[in-house]
Design a binder for this molecule. Structure first.
Ligand SMILES: Nc1ncnc2c1ncn2[C@@H]1O[C@H](COP(=O)(O)OP(=O)(O)OP(=O)(O)O)[C@@H](O)[C@H]1O
Ligand SMILES: [Mg+2]
Length: 447
């Protein structure tokens, strides 16, 4: 089991390392934030011991950053003389415990032992949801399912937080489908996808002649969702003016269509979601704090995939079956090297990314087994495509696509350039030039 020690004092790092190594823990130590974050991007330790007072790096800030990467990771703060108050603050921010300097061996081992065993058997009631599309057996997912169960039994508002592709829409739908409102309207709105000037008319509707172009009266989403549920996805993208109106609906269950002064009464349950930090959005003045408190009655945090690695093999298995089913072909096998690589991947795009890669591999892999090298190639290709996508460079994106396309066609034809050029409909010499300019390397290239 690996434990990280983060402290700017070398003496503390040394003594903690000695204590822990004597107990057969594997230890890594870090003197600053930068080296810590670099390492966290590669692996998830079982526990982090973090100094509250780190010289130029603020321990509480580091705590926040660790929690952003691994929301479920247990962090124990180390506090020196006069910093106990900070350590207490840290527990409010999600640290599980704190140790006071000078450190005593028994206290250190006792605290770590307790935290690790608590982490392992965290008691989450096992429940069976009637409607359940969520795959995973990690404690983190069990917790999410339990929260869905609790939320489903009420009409309380729910605020879902999770990175891209973690399953926010899936969780919202699960809440609705397990609730008494399941047969009533369910309306999903992606606030980021609607232009700001249209969002009010989308949500609240309008009367004929309310603005140029309003030829007929139109009912808004809140009215359409009456007696049911509305899902406001990417809510932090809503303008402040619209937020004020939504706040009023939450307070009074009433609103007016644009161009009308008649209040319309509705009974709508609201579920909201975001993939950015609401705290930051509030600090930057982009999101109303009062709206946040109104919405955040039941918060559900979906941890990123890298923070619940035990679910990865189960999800791979599931998506292999889905891919086979959709393409009417036998289910492929996957070897341990590939599973290992996928389990240790950082998955910035979470389950959506995993799903795409598995589906693509099921279609493109030659033979009946996905091997380590196939997984490696797919992950590199994906990362490259992501980077290019983020840069927004169309030329590079086209080139990368062309490169992947040629590689795959060559592989399908055992590296034979003549055959491949025929299939691609280009001259052989042209294909050779492409292979060179796109830096394509294939072991078994033949004429
Ligand atoms: N636990 C899970 N089990 C099975 N499938 C999942 C799970 N979580 C997510 N998925 C699938 O992953 C994909 C992405 O999920 P979803 O659209 O709900 O994510 P999201 O958090 O809304 O993403 P985004 O922020 O990009 O909108 C969907 O195809 C969904 O069915
Ligand atoms: Mg979504």
């Amino acid at each position: 089991m690996k434990i990280y020690i983060v402290d700017d004092e070398i003496e503390i790092r040394k003594s903690l390392r000695n204590i822990l190594e004597d107990e057969n823990y594997i230890v890594e130590d870090f003197a600053n934030k930068k080296s810590l974050l670099k390492s966290l991007a590669k692996e998830r330790p079982a526990l982090i011991l973090l100094d509250v007072w780190m010289g130029k790096d603020d321990g509480l800030e580091i705590l926040d950053e660790c929690k952003k990467i691994y929301p479920m990771i247990p962090i124990v703060m180390i506090s020196g003389h006069g910093t106990i108050e900070m350590a207490v603050n840290a527990t409010k921010k999600g640290a599980v415990d704190f140790l006071e300097k000078p450190l005593s061996i028994s206290k250190v081992l006792d605290t770590i032992g307790k935290v690790l065993s608590r982490d392992k058997n965290e008691e989450i009631p096992q429940i069976k949801l009637e409607y359940d599309q969520i795959i995973g057996e990690s404690p983190a997912i069990k917790k999410v399912k339990f929260e869905i169960f609790q939320a489903s039994n009420t009409n309380a508002r729910v605020f879902i937080y999770g990175e891209n592709g973690t399953g926010k829409e899936l969780v919202a739908k699960s809440i609705v489908m397990n609730s008494k409102r399941k047969s009533n309207p369910y309306i999903e709105i992606n606030c980021a996808a609607i232009p700001e000037e249209l969002i009010e008319s989308e949500l609240f509707g309008y009367e004929k002649g309310a603005f140029t172009g309003a030829k007929d009266k139109r009912i808004g989403k809140f009215e359409a969702a009456n007696t049911g549920t509305i899902f406001l996805d990417e809510i932090c993208d809503m303008s402040l003016a619209t937020q004020a109106k939504v706040l009023r609906i939450l307070q009074e269950q009433r609103f007016e269509r644009l161009g009308s002064s008649d209040a319309i009464q509705v009974d709508v349950r609201v579920i909201a979601a975001t993939n950015i930090s609401v705290e930051d959005a509030i600090k930057e003045g982009k999101f109303r704090e009062d709206l946040y408190y109104r919405l955040n009655v039941i918060p559900i945090v979906i941890p990123p995939l890298r923070d619940r690695k035990s679910d990865i093999p189960i999800l791979i298995d599931h998506y292999m079956k889905v891919a086979a089913d959709e393409n009417s072909v036998p289910v492929k096998k996957i070897d341990n090297d590939a599973i290992q690589l996928f389990t240790n991947h950082f998955w910035p795009g979470n389950i959506r990314e995993l799903k795409n890669i598995i589906e693509r591999l099921c279609i493109m892999t030659i033979g009946d087994t996905i091997k380590g090298k196939d997984a490696k190639e797919a992950l590199i290709g994906f990362k490259k495509a992501e980077e290019i996508f983020q840069q927004g460079d169309l030329k590079k994106a086209k080139e990368e696509f062309e490169r992947q396309y040629i590689i795959k066609t060559l592989q399908l034809n055992e590296g034979n350039v003549s055959k491949t050029s025929k299939i691609l409909g280009v001259e052989r010499t042209h294909l050779y030039r492409k292979i060179k300019s796109l830096n394509i390397q294939i072991d078994n290239l033949s004429d």
